[in-house]
Design a protein around this ligand. Structure first.
Ligand SMILES: [Fe+2]
Ligand SMILES: [Fe+2]
Length: 269
């Protein structure tokens, strides 16, 4: 039997209202271009750059997002504690300490496909949480049935830690992609054992700020080291994502391609 292709589109950190506007603009186009894909997005900055609300999550699902991952901004909106336990399709890093609300992995069902989605967070230049390497091994060992399609969002700062995770999981999962730095890297590849890898997907949101934040405040901070309040930038957006093709017989990746749009131009189509 000829193998079918399962497509996953993963959209990087969506920042604030400009990022949400970009998602709303791009989703119809992406759903057309990547028909039947599983759509996953990182939502840790969706509410004015800090965390996510129940209303925003609902908006994402209505646009066609099947699963949401988070990161170090998970707890920034106090309402998160009211709804994260009920959110089956939204996950926060799995290696947060035991007893933390929410879940670190979930199964996303799209048509007849099931995808095990895992969120992890790095420890280099980020809070000292549990070991992401041991945690992911634990999740893979404990998942009752073997999932053929496993997708990991590794939310981390250091490129070395992310590349290390890619190699750690090569052959064990379908894809490892990084989030958190908000800058798309160009090192997409399929590792030798069939795991798609990318160090960072990049962000969706204000194009002319600094990582999505209004730039004069960020510049002020760098220049003076005084306390400064950062706000999300306004203006035009850019949109970064990645599309991965998986072999439906083996769960292994065959290709990984970058997606990059700008409100004014299409860089790569
Ligand atoms: Fe982020
Ligand atoms: Fe982050």
């Amino acid at each position: 039997m000829e193998a079918k292709v399962i497509k996953i589109v993963f959209i990087g950190d969506i920042v604030g209202s400009v990022g949400r506007k970009a998602l709303k603009t791009m989703m119809p186009r992406l759903k057309q271009k990547y028909a039947n894909a599983i759509f996953i997005a990182n939502g840790e900055n969706a509410a004015a750059g800090r965390g996510i609300t129940a209303a925003i999550a609902k908006e994402f699902y209505e646009l066609g997002i099947h699963g949401i991952t988070l990161g170090n901004h998970t707890w920034d909106q106090k309402d998160i504690f009211d709804f994260i336990d009920q959110e089956e399709k939204m996950i926060r890093p799995a290696n947060f300490p035991p007893g933390t609300p929410g879940r670190g992995s979930t199964v996303i069902k799209v048509k007849d496909q099931e995808l095990l989605l895992i969120n992890l967070q790095g420890r280099t230049f980020l809070p000292a949480i549990d070991c992401p390497f041991r945690k992911v091994d634990e999740i893979l060992a404990q998942s009752k049935k073997k999932y053929k399609f496993v997708f990991v969002d590794f939310h981390a700062e250091a490129t070395s830690e992310k590349i290390a995770m890619g190699w750690h999981l090569d052959g064990k999962v379908s894809a490892v992609v990084g989030t958190h730095t908000h800058v798309q890297t160009h090192d997409q590849r399929v590792l030798p054992q069939g795991t798609a890898y990318l160090t960072d997907v990049g962000m969706v949101g204000p194009r002319d700020g600094i990582l999505g934040m209004e730039r004069t405040a960020v510049l002020q901070k760098f220049k003076t080291q005084l306390p400064v309040r950062f706000v999300t930038d306004e203006g035009k957006w850019h949109f970064h994502a990645v599309v991965i093709d998986l072999n439906d017989q083996t769960g292994q990746a065959s290709t990984i391609q970058l997606i990059r749009y700008d409100e004014d131009h299409v860089f790569l189509d």
